[in-house]
Ligand binder design. Structure first.
Ligand code: SAH
Length: 409
């Protein structure tokens, strides 16, 4: 196996179980005899040693500033049943969390570094797992991973692979980036995609992993949606950036008077309408609108409309560190527009899922918005990502979702 030797003292973060080796920390690469090229192949399993020749771990090689992502520390080979071990351990946590129930068969099974498997995301929807690779190393292991999921997770009968948007482009990649990795008999061909439903806390959601965003659904807002249900009774609610309408369904179940769901994507609005019709077939208090958030809020303001409860869950405004400044301006602008439209005694749920924007910076942007509008604002709750999107204590970069619930006088 190829061995990566680090520069002196560069082993310290690995000894504290941080799973990344940066290219600048590498002194030299000792290629094994099978290599024709002068460098390891992207996705190859490599061993990592310190300058004193201590064994540090084994991981996937990648091209870029993160050169190795460690899968196992203190060893030079992965155990034979590595994937089964990791998936079994992750599933046990989800069972302990009470997420595996008849009325809740939607959960994240593997959250990358948070479950000690850098580069891998697995979401479970009823009998189907959707696998997403963020590294070529994980792509190369996709069939073994699918086999381990089917073996270890009793409810899963089929595994779909969806990595067309997430695989890095630095190396040519062999094999398909999307498609079925496992199917039980011809079950998946018997089921039309449009009829695929998954349960979250007793609500049914149509999951469209083929055409939908990410793996098809945003599981990470489950706990925060439950809080909307708690506050929605009798309220006029606006769910801005609604996607599949998760927050809207919880608000309706919580007894909201009226719920307006807004998203710029027509595909998202079609999903919201299907979800509302399935869960509340007789409801007359839901309106779905295809519109840009800023334009919708400006038009509503001009028309003199107000709401009791607004949810703002925008896409990541900053995908990279260099975009943070603009992102903060965006958060301030959209939050100011929402705060203006909230009736006295109303509530704002506001979120940022940009990993590059930390919770202090986000709170400062919301503070600036409140000050700009000049309302009395209290923080009722500080929100974060749920337990099935765990943060590895050695990898604080895994924290990404933050939110505030504000009471606006
Ligand atoms: N709240 C959702 C997830 C939101 S994801 C949930 O609970 O599932 C972000 C959504 O914002 C996407 O559906 C995307 O289509 C939408 N979006 C992106 N830019 C937008 C804009 N300018 N105006 C309105 N919606 C937008």
């Amino acid at each position: 196996m190829t061995t990566i030797i680090l520069k002196p003292h560069k082993e310290e973060s690995l000894k504290r179980f941080h799973p990344w080796v940066f290219s600048g920390a590498i002194a030299r690469v000792v290629l094994d005899a099978s290599h024709k090229a002068a460098a390891p192949e992207e996705g190859e399993l490599v061993a990592v040693r310190s300058s004193n020749d201590d064994i540090l771990g084994v991981g996937h090689w990648q091209v870029g500033s993160i050169a190795v992502r460690i899968l196992a520390f203190g060893v030079e080979q992965l155990p034979k049943d590595y994937w089964q071990q990791r998936i079994r351990a992750a599933y046990q946590v989800r069972e302990t969390l009470g997420l595996v129930r008849e009325d809740n068969n939607t959960f994240r099974l593997i959250h990358g570094e948070g479950d000690f498997v850098p580069g891998l995301i697995v979401d479970v929807y009823a009998d189907t797992a959707v696998v997403q690779a963020h590294s070529v190393g994980i792509h190369c292991c996709r069939n073994e991973i699918a086999k381990a999921i089917v073996t270890e997770v009793p409810q899963v009968q089929a595994v779909y692979y969806k990595s067309d948007d997430t695989l890095p482009f630095k190396a040519p990649i062999e094999g398909e980036k999307t498609g079925w990795l496992h199917r039980h008999g011809d079950m998946a061909s018997l089921r039309k995609d449009d009829e695929f439903w998954s349960q979250e806390n007793g609500l049914s959601f149509r999951i469209d992993w083929l055409r939908g965003q990410k793996t098809g659904f945003f599981i990470d807002q489950r706990e925060n949606r439950a809080l909307v249900e708690r506050y929605a009774k009798g309220k006029d609610v606006l769910n801005m950036f609604c996607y599949t309408g998760g927050f809207s369904l919880y608000a309706m179940r919580g007894g909201a008077k009226q719920v307006d769901s807004v998203d710029v994507s027509q595909k998202a609005i079609d999903l919201v309408e299907a979800n509302v019709a399935k869960n509340f077939p007789k409801a007359k208090n839901h309106r779905a609108v295809t519109a840009d958030a800023f334009e919708y809020l400006s038009a509503q303001k001009a028309a003199g409309s107000t709401y009791d409860l607004i949810i703002l869950d925008p896409p990541a405004f900053a995908k990279h560190r260099d975009a943070v400044k603009n992102a903060l301006r965006g958060y301030q602008r959209i939050n100011a527009k929402a705060i203006e439209m909230i009736r006295p005694g109303g509530i704002l749920f506001t979120f940022s899922c940009s990993q590059a924007v930390d919770k202090e910076a986000f709170r400062l942007a919301v503070f600036s918005a409140a000050a700009q509008v000049g309302r009395k604002v209290r923080i009722l709750h500080q929100l974060h990502q749920p337990q099935d999107h765990p943060i590895n204590i050695y990898h604080p970069e895994g924290e990404y979702l933050k939110g505030l619930i504000l009471y606006i006088e």
